[in-house]
Design a protein around this ligand. Structure first.
Ligand SMILES: NC(=O)c1ccc[n+]([C@@H]2O[C@H](COP(=O)([O-])OP(=O)(O)OC[C@H]3O[C@@H](n4cnc5c(N)ncnc54)[C@H](O)[C@@H]3O)[C@@H](O)[C@H]2O)c1
Ligand SMILES: O=C(O)C[C@H](O)C(=O)O
Ligand SMILES: [Mn+2]
Length: 565
């Protein structure tokens, strides 16, 4: 592992400029020599603190905040002051602080973005009205920086809370550092502000985004295209991560660009990958094959479709079924009920065409979840519908009648949108259900009194590794086979494989090591299939992956006018 503590950095900033630069600021941890060299003696109180002392102080300040949203705001401002301290504090308390900086609290932070606004998030705002100066604005912010990863969102479908306009979230790029241990200087968060259809925001005089209806159609496409072309021109080797685009754009843009650049849609592909890992783990417990399951996916949007495709493709690849046979194992349900032929084209999105059920199997207009469960007897039920509580007691009990160990994955975020509270699902199935949720939940009690840990089936458990594996191997594309390799590696690390009563997926406390393994698996696969721009042995992949790890440690600074800024 790289030892940043021993690292020596040549830095060209002095005085106020270094103290206000979050990458270089050490606050009270500047050494005596550094205080002399960087003109800081009169700018700092006398005592020199260690990182341990700084973490203890920051922790005390954090826990004195009254609510999670205030804690989130406190951590945001810490990030704006001192990256090392911010990431080190989070690293030391990962399990506890993930829900504060990420799901579910981040949903509230984004929903209240304009009201909590203090200063712009570091990152890039690209607004539709400024499209003509996009390249200039892009270069102004990036300034020739080395960037490996760009996370962008048009915020049309933020988690399950819908259109949030310009609610830029740097949370997704923070995770690349926190869990993927990626150098934060190498990532960039981009807000693509094309307006909003959220009336509450449009009517809010404090809304900080462009107060205009969402631009759609050709104008939208050409705006996005201009941005993607800039990324391709200035950062041809970067990974472009799409987050929380609306259902009409997510899969479409992915298909449009994936052969031209390494693009990744987290909601489609990241969610598909982590859910596949959870199902592989659960079928390990039930000692059955993926191809022996019957799958009901409730909510056929970006996530639902991504999950269905990922599972289907894995069944083909791993269990050897034909594409058609594997597709038949899936029942997709959206707001008009089961997706079946008679719904007609207005109610069926083009992307789900593969999964449309034949009419002769079903009577009636709109077939509801309960009726599907009753007839199909699914072994796997996935929720990505944004409909809190949709898996009612009646539905869960019905499912448990049809299968010994129902695999139930209510994935909608944030917590209040979960399709079923896992404690309830555990109770209604007498502890038989194999459960994982999208947001963190406390353990449920098994009939024998033991805790059943509810795994967090959130794409953050895998996307940093998928992204970093792609970047590390300098792949121009993130292929389905690379994603599958990452998902299989994650599944192989599932606690339930060792102890069937344990969690279906690794804990977030272990996510940095887990993602390291995913990174390695993805890069190995890219090299094996020839997608990579490098040709390394397996040992070398691991060594290189170690070398790029960034740890939140200060190192020693030397003042140097030619140094970094
Ligand atoms: N756990 C994870 O890692 C993860 C990842 C991605 C998305 N999600 C969650 O999944 C949910 C969906 O996200 P998305 O990106 O797919 O959004 P989306 O808008 O693309 O999809 C939501 C789908 O649910 C459908 N729907 C709405 N009401 C319904 C109803 N009553 N019955 C059935 N279907 C209904 C919508 O028509 C839409 O197709 C969100 O809550 C999001 O937070 C979780
Ligand atoms: O943001 C998350 O927690 C996961 C996912 O990307 C989502 O949209 O819900
Ligand atoms: Mn998302």
């Amino acid at each position: 592992m790289s030892k940043a503590t021993d690292a020596v950095y040549h830095v060209a900033l002095r005085g106020e400029s270094i103290l206000t630069h979050p990458r270089w600021n050490k606050g009270t941890a500047f050494t005596e020599q550094e205080r002399k060299d960087f003109g800081l003696i009169g700018r700092l109180p006398s005592r020199i603190n260690t990182i341990d002392e700084q973490c203890a102080r920051a922790w005390d300040q954090l826990v004195s905040q009254d609510s999670d949203i205030q804690k989130n705001a406190f951590l945001q401002s810490l990030k704006e002051q001192n990256w090392v301290l911010y990431y080190e504090l989070l690293r030391r308390n990962l399990r506890e602080l993930m829900p504060i900086v990420y799901t579910p609290t981040e949903a509230d932070a984004i929903a209240n973005y304009s009201h909590l606004f203090r200063r712009p998030s570091e990152g890039l705002y690209l607004t539709f009205t400024d499209k003509d100066s996009m390249e200039q604005d892009f270069l102004e912010v990036t300034q020739g920086r080395e960037i490996d990863l760009i996370v962008c969102s048009d915020a049309e479908a933020i988690l399950g809370i819908g259109d949030q306009g310009v609610g830029i979230s740097s949370a997704k790029s923070v995770i690349y550092t926190l869990i993927g241990r990626m150098n934060p200087s190498k990532s960039l968060a981009v807000a693509l502000d094309v307006g909003t259809d959220n009336e509450k925001l449009l009517d809010d005089p404090l809304y900080v985004g462009w107060p205009h209806k969402r631009v759609r159609g050709e104008e939208y496409d050409s705006f996005i295209d201009k941005f993607v072309e800039l990324v391709r021109k200035h950062y041809p080797h970067s990974l472009l991560h799409f987050e929380d685009f609306g259902v009409g754009n997510a899969q479409r843009l992915l298909e449009l660009y994936r052969s031209k650049h390494a693009v990744f849609n987290d909601d489609v592909q990241g969610t598909g990958a982590v859910t596949l890992a959870a199902v592989m783990s659960a079928t390990g417990v039930t000692k059955s094959r993926l191809s022996e399951q019957r799958y009901v996916i409730f909510g056929a949007g970006s996530a639902g479709l991504g999950i269905a495709r990922q599972l289907r493709d894995a069944i083909v690849k791993i269990d050897g079924l034909s594409h058609e046979e594997a597709t038949k194992l899936f029942y997709l349900i959206d707001k008009h009920g089961l997706i079946k032929q008679s719904l007609g084209p207005d109610k069926i999105r083009a992307q789900v065409a593969d999964f449309v059920r034949k009419e002769d199997e079903w009577n009636g207009d709109e077939v509801k979840l309960y009726d599907v469960v009753k007839k199909v007897k699914p072994t796997v039920l996935v929720g990505c519908s944004t409909q809190g509580g949709a898996f009612t007691e009646e539905i869960v009990r019905e499912m448990a009648k049809g299968t010994e160990r129902p695999i139930i994955l209510p994935l909608s975020n944030p917590s209040r949108l979960v399709e079923v509270d896992p404690t309830k699902a555990n109770e209604w199935t007498d502890g038989k259900a194999l459960l994982a949720t999208g947001s963190p939940f406390p353990p449920a009690k098994m009939p024998n009194g033991k805790d059943y840990v509810i795994a967090e089936c959130n794409n953050a458990l895998i996307y940093p590794g998928l992204g970093l594996g792609t970047v590390l191997s300098r792949s121009r594309e993130m292929t389905d086979t690379m994603i599958l390799a990452g998902a299989r590696r994650l599944a192989s690390l599932a606690p339930a494989l060792k102890d069937p009563d344990d969690a279906l997926l690794p804990d977030f406390a272990d996510s940095p090591d887990v993602n390291f393994e995913v990174t390695v698996a993805v890069a190995e696969q890219a090299i094996e299939e020839g997608t990579a721009g490098v040709d390394w042995s397996k040992d070398e992949v691991r060594k290189r992956a170690q070398e790029v790890i960034w740890l939140p440690e200060y190192g020693t600074y030397v003042y140097d006018l030619q140094g970094e800024k």
